[in-house]
Design a protein. Structure first.
Length: 560
């Protein structure tokens, strides 16, 4: 039995740790902590919780993901991908429901890691990932229009179409000052990288626009710019751990959302870790990463946090500023903790329109419109899955989109795998030039005797292969005395293949036709023997190369 695949990168990183590496990690951690601050606040508010809960998530989850994860440079915390699912859970089940769902997601993630599913999750088809990522981006942008434009409306509808209808109905309530704050924030964030790559544009925008809003209020009498303090009461104290009251009915109702959180978190964290590997030339441990993510999502909600995962933007910021070990991620969590304890009350002056601008830029980065456009040139099956996942995400919700997307992934996999198996009839002669199962090397071809049909399977023998046999035999015509099935290119056979092959043999026997198998490799032959094929066909009719199969066929034809 294989051991659990849990090897945190922290263990190996500290073995050869030195002062130079620490200074590099320290600087990277400080910068990432500053970058993460406005994002944590924005993601928290957009998810429907108070701003401090976003920071608490970044502190607790960020620390654990770095300490226990399978990547050297992964930075964890709340991300835009969770906004849609979190706000939906809060709307239906409240904060207690979100806490339970996040705890359940943590358990799922740990199970994914213990069951070594890390490598499998990475193979989810690209159109599905792009589809729901782009859908999330459109949904995030939609949720931020109200605050970006300072619209004076009560509660915007949760439904995508109804929300946009409500926006158009309330165009007259747009506040020009809030709109200016939001649009200028977007402009600052977009242009900041051209001036400095170290100082995050989101932080510059928040500082500049917060000061501008205060000055406008103080000296110009502008009071229509809504701030965080107008909507939330800011609490700068660390909460104690609280275990929610669990009930079986609530757990049953939250299985689907929790699984959605887990799958989405697993995909995002492993994609982030894979991108990071390509930059630093390392290899993350995907199963350890999932276990670390699971523990983080078990701990964060106990302190009022929301779901967390690896964040690719903060991870790349960490790498670009010199972070090379998990210590940088821990420093980032400590920096956020210090800001939370001593500077959190200042967050009440941040304009909501500015945070909406931050999230508009985040949604643009998430949209992946170039990848979306490129996939539209792919085969129709990819385009169908892409558009289906995208539309389901924005019109219904992420839970439905991921469930349908994963079903589509399985169906696509089954279809494409079935297409890899080819069944063909061989007429008149067998070319031996490339045969791996021939015994004599002095012949270029073998003649197929009269009364014998030869079929060749190229690829795994599983679902779909049996139907292809029936189709090709119908086209072959006639009623032979012997059917030779060449299996030299069959690497394995599954239960469906066994069932189909057994039906073919029984059907042939009823018609007085003998089946001879040729070129069966050891692995496939062992499976056939365990399932009684020697008794069904006879040992002498299972041959390891075509010469023996043809000799056996000649013998059977001669007898008749």
């Amino acid at each position: 039995m294989k051991k659990f695949d849990f090897k945190p990168k922290m263990v190996s990183a500290v073995k050869k740790y030195d002062k130079k590496t620490f200074m590099s990690d320290l600087m990277a951690g400080i910068i990432v902590g500053i970058v993460a601050l406005p994002l944590a606040i924005a993601f928290g508010i957009a998810s429907g919780v108070s701003p401090e809960k976003g920071i608490i998530t970044a502190i607790v989850a960020g620390f654990i993901i770095s300490a226990l994860g399978g990547s050297k440079v992964q930075i964890g915390g709340p991300t835009g991908a969770f906004i849609v699912i979190v706000s939906g859970i809060i709307g239906q089940y409240g904060m207690t429901g979100l806490t339970i769902a996040t705890l359940m997601a943590g358990v799922f993630l740990i199970l994914f890691g213990l069951l070594r599913l890390g490598t499998i999750i990475k193979y989810i088809p690209y159109p599905i990932i792009v589809g729901f990522t782009s859908g999330i981006a459109v949904t995030i942008f939609t949720t931020q229009v109200k605050d970006l434009l300072g619209m004076q409306m009560e509660n915007a509808p949760a439904d995508f179409v109804e929300r946009w209808i409500a926006y158009f109905q309330n165009l007259g309530s747009i506040d020009p000052w809030s709109t200016a704050v939001g649009l200028i924030s977007v402009a600052i964030i977009a242009t900041a990288p051209k001036l400095s790559k170290r100082i995050p544009g989101s932080l510059i925008a928040i500082i500049v626009m917060t000061i501008a809003a205060l000055l406008l209020k103080q000296y110009a009498g502008v009071t229509t710019i809504e701030t965080i303090g107008d909507r939330f009461s800011i609490n700068g104290q660390l909460p104690g751990a609280v275990v929610p009251e669990l009930s079986w009915e609530t757990i049953k109702g939250l299985v689907a959302p929790a699984l959605t959180i887990a799958v989405l978190g697993a995909i995002e964290s492993l994609l982030s870790a894979t991108v990071a590997d390509g930059v630093i030339g390392d290899h993350h441990n995907s199963n350890t990463e999932l276990i670390g993510q699971g523990v983080a999502n078990l701990a964060a909600p106990l302190f009022g946090g929301i779901p967390a995962t690896g964040a690719i933007a903060r991870t790349m910021t960490n790498i670009n500023n010199g972070g090379r070990t998990p210590i940088a991620g821990i420093v980032h969590a400590v920096v956020l903790l210090l800001i939370f304890l001593f500077l959190m009350p200042l967050a009440q002056y941040i304009p909501m329109a500015c945070l909406a601008g931050v999230l508009v830029v985040v949604s643009y980065g998430m949209s992946g419109w170039r990848s979306f456009a490129a996939l539209m040139r792919n085969p129709k099956s990819d385009i169908t899955v892409l558009l289906m996942t995208f539309l389901l995400t924005i019109i219904f919700d992420l839970t439905v989109a991921i469930e349908v997307g994963l079903i589509c992934a399985c169906l696509l996999f089954m279809r494409r795998m079935s297409e890899t198996t080819d069944v063909k009839a061989v007429y008149d002669e067998i070319d031996l030039n490339e045969d791996a199962d021939m015994e004599r090397g002095n012949l270029e071809h073998l003649t197929i005797p009269k009364g014998v049909e030869v079929y060749e399977i190229n690829g795994p023998y599983f679902f779909g292969a049996g139907n292809r046999f029936e189709d090709i035999m119908a086209r072959y015509g006639g009623r032979p005395k012997v059917r030779i099935i060449r299996m030299r290119k069959v690497p394995f056979i599954d239960s469906t293949g066994l069932h189909n092959l057994e039906n073919l043999c029984l059907m042939s026997q009823r018609e007085g036709i003998t089946i001879v198998l040729s070129g069966v490799n050891e692995k496939v032959e062992a499976v056939l023997r365990r399932n009684g094929f020697p008794q069904l066909l006879g040992d002498e009719n299972i041959c390891n190369h075509i010469d023996l199969a043809l000799a056996r066929a000649n013998e059977l034809v001669a007898r008749r």
